[in-house]
Ligand binder design. Structure first.
Ligand SMILES: Nc1ncnc2c1ncn2[C@@H]1O[C@H](COP(=O)(O)OP(=O)(O)OP(=O)(O)O)[C@@H](O)[C@H]1O
Ligand SMILES: [Mg+2]
Length: 457
């Protein structure tokens, strides 16, 4: 992209701050990026798969319904990305259980794709309404397969409604109306939101799951970390086991938060994470440069995108800030992934120079995050640098990411899988520090464990 000249600042700056964007810069970038927002990687890249990824790959070439699963870091998302390379999104749409994960995989939410919205009136009513929607019917007839990412957070009720819609739309009274379903995720990670109801509405416990007759593609080799001792600990935590080994490990990783720490701190609550980022930015000298996220699209969609976008509405940056990249490097060089950390070395209106922890220095331009409607059309885009301040984040937001240096607060977690998600983000135990922990925070869902035992995991 050409370097852009400075123009008049149209946004009123907050007292004492410097606005780094200009209106002209925004328009130009928006025009340039919107068309690229949802393009799938069309080039086939060469990679070496692990033996279990090879097996899963072979299974993916068939027509069965598949449950691609495995512990954190076994390369589920990686394999999924590879599988989707070159596949048109109308034939193989990707849908995700939450808005955040949908935006990250360049897909749409499960609910919007199947036309079930927020399921007002319950599953039956929502399904009936969706079946009357011509566009929902057309896209379900056209699709050959649908890929559901982050399945662990999808409630069984949504699965029931969607199966109903697919059967009616396709006019075939078989599971999913004959549509191939590839479900991807790990039920030992974060569960569906329970809305105050008792018990979790796990997808794998619904009758639709049984009827779908998924062939399991179980990945068992962790790629994120190769350290056997660390993997043993992660496995205990995955199963909710707090034994002497786990206790010794977590105690040995203790680091008082008052000591300088140059990685990401993971907190259970968003407000704590945001406050920590603000405090750390204030400690750096100089005024922050502010990059407003530019939104474009239908009002309702923009509101949704503001809530779910991986980048904030207003990105405050300073030289030497710790940042996390929120997109994968699609250039084929794989220099960074969603979750890579680095120090911001240089800030220009259209380019950030980041010294990554891996030792490489990269230049990152603005990019567009798109919200898609059920048909895969963009209803809104948000454009900004794909980075966040990375001194802190929430455990929920970290699901799916690979991080380099991490300090976790495990003092009062409440969800099954929450501690496991937090601890399993790093490539090496040397990059993991524990600020506080409590054995009660390490929770596993017995039904999930039983499910995986039956699968032979
Ligand atoms: N075959 C491979 N070759 C090179 N890198 C790989 C391979 N498989 C996975 N990786 C890398 O390993 C890391 C973990 O993979 P990925 O994020 O896909 O795991 P995951 O199973 O989706 O984990 P999570 O459950 O935490 O989402 C990523 O950095 C990914 O790029
Ligand atoms: Mg993943």
């Amino acid at each position: 992209m050409p370097r852009l000249r400075k123009h008049t600042v149209l946004t009123k700056p907050r007292a004492g701050t410097k606005v780094a964007d200009t209106e002209a810069t925004r328009k130009k970038i928006l025009k340039h990026l919107v068309s690229k927002a949802v393009q799938r990687n069309t080039e086939r890249t060469t990679v070496i798969l692990t033996p279990c990824q090879e097996q899963a790959w072979a299974l993916l070439q068939g027509n069965d319904n598949i449950f691609l699963t495995g512990a954190a870091g076994t390369g589920k998302s990686f394999l999924l990305g590879k599988y989707l390379e070159g596949k048109p999104s109308a034939l193989y749409p990707v849908v995700a259980s939450t808005g955040v994960s949908a935006i990250l995989v360049g897909g749409r939410t499960f609910h919007s794709f199947f036309g079930i919205g927020i399921m007002e009136g319950g599953a039956e009513t929502a399904a009936r309404r969706a079946c009357e929607n011509k566009r929902v019917v057309t896209r379900l007839r056209r699709a050959r397969g649908v890929v559901i990412d982050e399945i662990s957070m999808l409630p069984g009720e949504a699965l029931r409604a969607a199966d109903r819609v697919a059967r009616v739309a396709r006019g075939i009274d078989a599971p999913w109306g004959g549509l191939q379903v590839i479900a991807v995720g790990d039920f030992a990670q974060l569960p569906p939101v329970s809305d105050g109801k008792e018990g979790k509405d796990w997808a794998f416990m619904s009758e639709v799951w049984d009827e779908s007759d998924f062939s399991p593609a179980l990945l068992s080799t962790c790629v994120r970390t190769k350290e056997p001792e660390f993997l043993r600990i992660l496995n205990f935590v995955r199963e909710g086991v707090v034994n002497e080994e786990v206790t010794d490990f977590l105690n040995a990783r203790f680091l008082p938060p008052t000591l300088g720490f140059d990685g990401t701190r993971l907190f259970p609550h968003r407000a704590t994470a945001e406050a920590h980022n603000r405090r750390k930015l204030d400690e750096l000298p100089g005024m922050p440069q502010i990059f407003q996220t530019i939104y474009k699209g239908r009002e309702q969609s923009v509101t949704q995108l503001r809530r779910n976008c991986p980048v904030p509405e207003s990105l405050h940056l300073k030289k030497n800030a710790l940042v996390m990249v929120r997109k994968n490097d699609v250039s084929g060089k794989m220099r960074y992934v969603n979750g890579s950390l680095g120090t911001l070395r240089h800030i220009e209106p259209d380019c950030l120079t980041i010294a990554l922890f891996t030792g490489e220095t990269v230049e990152i331009e603005k990019t567009a995050f798109a919200l898609l409607d059920g048909n895969g059309n963009e209803t809104a885009v948000a454009v900004n640098f794909p980075v966040n301040l990375a001194w802190a984040s929430t455990i929920h937001k970290s699901q799916g990411a690979t991080l380099d240096r991490l300090m976790v607060d495990l003092s009062s977690l409440w969800e099954p899988g929450q501690a496991y998600v937090a601890l399993s983000r790093v490539r090496s135990a040397a990059g993991l520090f524990v600020e506080r922990w409590n054995p009660r925070s390490i929770i596993a869902e017995p039904q999930v464990m039983e499910y995986y035992r039956r699968m032979g995991a």
